[in-house]
Design a protein around this ligand. Structure first.
Ligand code: PLP
Length: 393
């Protein structure tokens, strides 16, 4: 029996366990100091009333013989796909229902999509970035090239790769940098992919945080994208579904390579290996797109954005460089005094009792950077940034 030896090549993810260990040690030694966590990568506000109402009513349906549902369509119910199609149509992106696939979240789809591609494909991944892109390709032993996201390019690299890359990951708004691509920059990627016969895997998990009307929220707002891009999206951060689990992936029918339709392959993959998202959850997700749901999730998004502004305003006053915070829940700041990200972490924890995430955990270009998030309460965020300002003012 041969096991997948590639798992040996995965880096142990020490990031969050090391953070937890350091925070626990500090808390034990300083029981009277209140620690404020601005490292949270999870939403904290509850599901909105429209979603809860829809889910309660779906539970009742499941309890009656006449309305009970067993297995649903693996690729999702039409009522949810129709809501998603209309959501895209509002931004002039026309999708067919069978180009939309409902899943239990973007993370699963980002990993599973690799079933469609040969192991010999090369991969292009920005550094720093959401670690799932790297690890899923290490598991399959694909050759990975990195493209630098750094201060020179405002953490938004555009194609400059000498090597031929087959799969290109783009995350916009980005985790961890909060940077968002504009149309021109995304067009450069789409043109590059089309010219090279490459596929863009576009992660739009944070699209709902974009408030600047000029910034694209979907890659399909860019001409030519349907010929080269798969888009992953999620209800996690948009509507608080991190624990409820629901997302969707768009695979356009234009994606045909070697006479094989990626849309048909993904359908085959999902119908073979996946049995669909619970009816109750899909009903909740559909409620996100109702007028009531949109208004309610916007209130939650605005709350997080208000926190982001508190952080950004403090950094502005202190003249500390950062990206994100305006169209993203993440703020990516340059560590003051040229500190390394872990030294900055220690300083902020011990002198201010504030926890964030060292940039080094997201790639080598994160070394002198630090991620703060807007998912704590307004009161705690204000208090944390007052302490921050006192320390660096
Ligand atoms: N993509 C990015 C960039 C993320 O940061 C996350 C979660 O933090 C995900 C995808 C995962 O989303 P989901 O909860 O839908 O699996």
């Amino acid at each position: 029996m041969n096991i997948n030896q590639n798992y040996k090549n995965l880096n142990e993810s020490y990031l969050f366990s090391t953070i937890a260990k350091k925070v626990n040690e500090f808390a034990t030694a300083n029981p009277d100091k209140e620690i404020i966590k601005l490292g949270i990568g999870d939403v904290t506000l509850p599901l909105c009333p429209a979603v809860i109402e829809a889910m309660h009513s779906a539970v009742d349906e499941m309890g009656k013989k006449e309305t009970f549902k067993g297995y649903g369509p693996e690729q999702g119910y039409d009522f949810l796909k129709t809501s998603i199609r209309n959501y895209y149509q509002n931004r002039n992106v026309t999708l067919a229902l069978d180009e939309i696939f409902i899943s239990d979240g973007a993370k699963s789809d980002l990993g599973n999509i690799l079933d469609l591609f040969d192991k010999d494909n090369t991969v292009l991944i920005p550094d720093p970035v959401y670690p799932v892109y790297v690890d899923t390709n290490i598991m399959a032993n694909r050759k990975i090239f990195y493209i630098n996201a750094n201060e020179e390019n405002d953490f938004l690299p555009v194609p400059d790769c000498e090597e031929r890359c087959d799969l290109i990951y783009i995350c916009s708004p980005n985790n961890p940098t909060g940077a968002v691509y504009n149309r021109e920059q995304l067009s450069a990627w789409v043109d590059y992919a089309n010219k090279n016969g490459a596929i863009i895997l576009f992660d739009a998990a944070y699209e709902s945080f974009i408030s600047d009307e000029n910034l694209p929220r979907s890659i399909y707002e860019i001409d030519g994208a349907k010929q080269c891009a798969i888009e992953f999206c999620s209800f996690s951060k948009t509507a608080g579904f991190t624990g409820t689990r629901c997302g969707y992936t768009v695979v356009p029918k234009e994606l045909v390579f070697d006479n094989m339709s990626l849309n048909k392959m993904w359908l085959r993959r999902q119908t073979t290996k996946f049995n669909g998202v619970p009816y109750i959850v899909q009903k909740g997700a559909a409620a996100v797109f109702t007028d009531k749901g949109q208004k309610q999730i916007q209130e939650n998004l605005n709350y997080y954005k208000q926190n982001a502004k508190v952080i950004a305003d403090t950094l502005d006053r202190l003249n500390i460089k950062y990206t994100g915070g305006k169209n993203s829940p993440y703020i990516w700041l340059k560590c003051p005094n040229n500190l390394n990200s872990w030294d900055f972490f220690d300083l902020l924890l011990t002198k201010a009792g504030v926890v964030g995430t060292p940039g080094a955990g997201f790639g080598k270009n994160g070394e002198k950077y630090f991620r703060l998030t807007s998912f704590n309460t307004l009161e705690k965020t204000k208090e944390a940034m007052e302490r921050f300002e006192k320390l660096f003012g």
